[in-house]
Design a protein around this ligand. Structure first.
Ligand code: 3PG
Length: 209
């Protein structure tokens, strides 16, 4: 699965973290991000529309890569598989999830925020992680420090990433992609200003060159 995650992340480069609060936003938001170059999407299960959004996008936008975020337990993992998600992400990691995801066909990025989290998952075979909340965990300084004891580990830092710091994150050798919601500006979403979201997505990619 490491190879699968590497392929997925290197294709994505930036992984938009999307929480759908209005089901009418699902298709236009995905289209706006894709038009700006972001075609791998993480739909969180933080709202009641999450699973329906994954199903809808898998059916109507097969050209996109659609994963589930905020997967918190084995029950949610099963529902996400059923909905057709192509990958899974969680903000942290529990033994239940780490073991359940090993039996799943879906690539899974468990969340870690320190060396102990990494060690627990590493012992179960995991080498690819979401570093969350990246800025709070120490950002680029933490990534450099974690590179010492864990040379075989790579991260998707998420949480507090923005246009100003994204290039510095991406420049770290142990970063495979970054995640975040910064390109989905709440005002643009609320007013249905899809061109603004396309522009923000393109600007985010431009920031990493
Ligand atoms: C997540 O759960 O991944 C975060 O909500 C994304 O972080 P951000 O909103 O700070 O980008």
């Amino acid at each position: 699965k490491n190879a699968q995650l590497d392929a997925l992340c290197s294709r994505a480069r930036i992984l938009p973290v999307i929480t759908i609060t209005d089901e009418r936003h699902i298709l236009p938001l995905a289209d706006a991000l894709a038009a700006g170059g972001l075609t791998t999407l993480e739909i969180t299960l933080r709202s009641s529309h999450g699973l329906a959004a994954i199903r809808l996008l898998r059916k109507h936008r097969p050209e996109l890569c659609v994963g589930a975020g905020t997967v918190l337990d084995g029950r949610m993992l099963a529902r996400v598989e059923e909905a057709g998600a192509q990958f899974m992400v969680s903000p942290g990691s529990t033994e239940e999830l780490l073991l359940a995801a090993r039996d799943s066909v879906l690539p899974y990025l468990p969340g870690v925020s320190n060396a102990s989290d990494i060690m627990r998952a590493h012992a179960l075979g995991y080498r690819r992680f979401k570093l969350f909340p990246a800025q709070v965990c120490g950002g680029v300084v933490a990534l450099k420090a974690l590179g010492g004891p864990f040379p075989d580990v790579r991260f998707c830092p998420t949480g507090g990433v923005n246009d100003d710091n994204v290039a510095n994150y991406m420049a770290q050798p142990n970063v495979m992609c970054v995640g975040g919601s910064w390109m989905i500006e709440p005002a643009a979403l609320a007013s249905g200003d899809w061109p603004a979201i396309t522009w923000a997505a393109a600007r985010a990619l431009e920031a990493i060159g």
